[in-house]
Design a protein around this ligand. Structure first.
Ligand SMILES: Cc1cc2nc3c(=O)[nH]c(=O)nc-3n(C[C@H](O)[C@H](O)[C@H](O)COP(=O)(O)O)c2cc1C
Length: 341
């Protein structure tokens, strides 16, 4: 395996076999819904249908970026994509940088496109690559190769400084993101990887025309912990441990970004675990809630295991809606006063 494929494979092994969750709370636990003893709706009438960037969806969920590159990654992507298609929800693949260096890695990404027929599929690449010679044409090519409906650019400054040989020049990137938004013929979405996007950045990203922001805040997967486990340099290992809980909690990112950029489509991810979390995220202004780590284990087993996991989340989401008297996501948002800090 080449360096980049090996690194991706290490990430999967570490997340599957070790505890790399942050101890920082997401903030969802700080809110509770006001129970409606008389909801005045039928549970069977509760629907989670929604819309995101012009796509009709069965639920406000996103299968967040995880992997691609080798056969194992191809299997995981296919299982995730089959589940996305069954539940009519969007999916994002993991970083496609490997494709620029290794065109033979394409199969592991195409597996997702084939299986995710009829639902939006998003590509992914690190924004920092724009400072490493990767051009708008290169990115357009990765989008076309995947047949993607949009591309996530990830921001991961903490991960890059803990990683051996990481790409750490994040200067001038906002201007480059703005140019990219103009050049590409599909939506550009921005995401963090678990340390969060602060409200001022969300507002600036909305101004430069990005289609959506996934705040990917603190409270879930800790990339500093993952990279600390891979580090061979003692200083980087220590750095990863010291910063393992670093970041802005997901709910703080979400409420701040919603206030700073009222019209910007927002995704809440980073430690989202249950359908009750999803209900709170939607009520607090998220268009979708994203899941990465919780889906990795089921995805390493089968598409059915992923569907089963997500169906439980939908059951919990519909329960929260029923118990707050909301038969639609619009009505859940309109009942904002029923979610108390
Ligand atoms: C195994 C694994 C691989 C990931 N790979 C990527 C990636 O290639 N690109 C990216 O933008 N985010 C990547 N992420 C980050 C997730 O998309 C997400 O932002 C983050 O893990 C927080 O969500 P979670 O707490 O539900 O895991 C990865 C996460 C996991 C668990």
């Amino acid at each position: 395996m080449t360096g980049i494929v090996q690194r991706k494979s290490d990430h999967i092994d570490i997340v599957l076999n070790e505890d790399v969750s942050m101890s920082t709370p997401t903030g969802f636990g700080g809110y509770r819904f006001v129970h409606q003893a008389l909801p005045e709706i039928a549970f069977d009438d509760v629907t989670t249908d929604t819309e995101f960037l012009g796509h009709a969806l069965g639920a406000p969920l996103l299968i967040s970026s995880m992997t691609g590159g080798n056969e194992e990654a191809g299997k995981i992507n296919r299982n995730l994509a089959e589940a996305a298609a069954q539940l009519r929800i969007p999916m994002a693949v993991g970083s496609q940088r490997v494709l620029i260096e290794r065109p033979d890695a394409l199969e592991s990404f195409r597996a997702a496109r084939e299986a995710a027929s009829g639902v939006p599929l998003f590509g992914n690449i690190g924004a920092v690559q724009l400072n490493k010679g990767v051009t708008a044409d290169d990115i357009q090519r990765t989008i076309d190769l995947l047949g993607a409906d949009g591309i996530f650019l990830h921001l991961n400054p903490l991960q890059e400084i803990v990683q051996a040989g990481g790409d750490t020049d994040f200067s001038g990137l906002l201007d480059k993101i703005e140019l990219l938004v103009d050049r590409l013929d599909c939506p550009v979405l921005i995401k963090e990887v678990g340390c969060g996007v602060d409200p001022a950045l969300a507002a600036r990203l909305a101004e430069v025309g990005v289609a959506a922001v996934d705040v990917s805040g603190a409270g879930g997967t800790s990339w500093a912990s993952i990279e600390a486990r891979r580090a061979t340099d003692e200083g980087q290992r220590r750095l990863g441990e010291v910063f393992s809980d670093w970041g802005i909690p997901t709910v703080e990112c979400l409420t701040g970004a919603r206030a700073a950029a009222p019209e910007l489509p927002l995704i809440a991810s980073g430690g989202v675990k249950t359908g009750l979390d999803v209900a709170k995220a939607v009520t607090l202004g998220a268009d979708l809630a994203g899941f990465a780590m919780p889906l990795l284990k089921p995805a390493s087993i089968s598409a059915e295991a992923v569907v089963e996991h997500l169906e439980q989340i939908l059951y919990e989401l519909r329960a929260a809606m029923f118990l707050t008297g909301a038969d639609s996501l619009a009505s859940l948002k309109a009942n904002r006063h029923r979610l108390l800090p």
